[in-house]
Design a protein around this ligand. Sequence first.
Ligand SMILES: [Zn+2]
Length: 413
Amino acid sequence: MIGDRHLIPLSPEIFNDFACPECGYPRPAGVKVMVLGKQTAAEYKCTNCGLAFVRDLPAGFSIDLPLAWRLKDKHPYHPAHGMAEDWPAYPDYQVPSHDRYYARREVFRECKRIVLLNTIDHLYGHVLLKLFNAQHYLDRHPDIGLVVMVPKMFEWLVPDGVAEKWVFDIKLKQAWGWNAGIDSFVQEQWDRYEEVYLAPAYGHPAFTKIDVHRFSRVEPFALPDYLRKPAHITFIARRDRLWYPSPWSKLAHRVMKRLGLFPGLAVRRQDQLVARTMELVRKEIPDATFTVVGLSEPGGMPNGVEDLRTMNIDLDVEKAWCRAYARSQVVVGVHGSNMLLPTAHAAGCVEILPYDRYGNMVQDIAVRHNDRMQLFLYRFVDEFATPKAVARHVAGMFKDFRVYELNMKTNTF
Ligand SMILES: [Zn+2]
């Protein structure tokens, strides 16, 4: 099998480049692969002490902290360098679910050697980030068929060129837990192939190398068009992660939410902040046009604003939102996975970054530029930034662009 750290062997050999968690004897014998949902693990038996255990394969968001657990009683073994998440102890992992989620296998090219990219996850952004790993295998390993395991709501983003897609009609929250039904589906396919690898599905792919058009089929904003195209700004305004005008309003919203009072008040307040920002940008750039998107009720925007918000997201909505991002020099929104597709298609962003997300900075930004344009085009503002502060950044990203680009990109070696 190929010795490449981006291809984890699953069949005929199972990855075993580690020591027994009980006695430390190297290279336990692989018994079988288990796809539990978001976790891809394998069962092993130590050739020295006989311990039978299951261990995370080095993939997905637990890549650096694989957990092992004893088969007979789920006793956990943490890696030497830190505590792993003890997921087998959670109730949803104690009793496996046998739902098959209307699994569908679609074959585009019969391959005997495959690499499996498991994008199943209970977090929207995690599925998306894992899916972007597909490009590496399509371009670098054309001789190995790429098989993408994907929740149905992300099927539209599967790129052309994959050998197969395995689509599961699974809701995000159902991906949390031990899905024995998904594992059974995978086991039924196993003997079709001579060689199977697992893609590590890195959580933070380098976006400067990713061609998002291959996923969304929407051409992203081309930087040379920045000043040639009409100034367009798209706001991402969702209900579940809000832009607050002050610490007090955030606290008040949390208290009222707990009490079930005035549920729409904070959302309306956010709409006012967005609308006010648009008005202030218009003062500086009179021709600027705006779109607002997000999982929310439409309404409350200034005249002339394209309001694409809805509570019913379907493929047409997803595509229309992507086209809006791709027309935008700047997208504006609160930190979160909802910023991934916008920044993957727009030229730049202004992001409102809550204090408790500083450790997650840029994880939600598809950074498209690999030079000093990064600092100009990706801007982060305070959690309680005023519309004036946000509008100042947005307007500056148009007014200062020509000179900045000239100095930092053109007049240099
Ligand atoms: Zn052992």
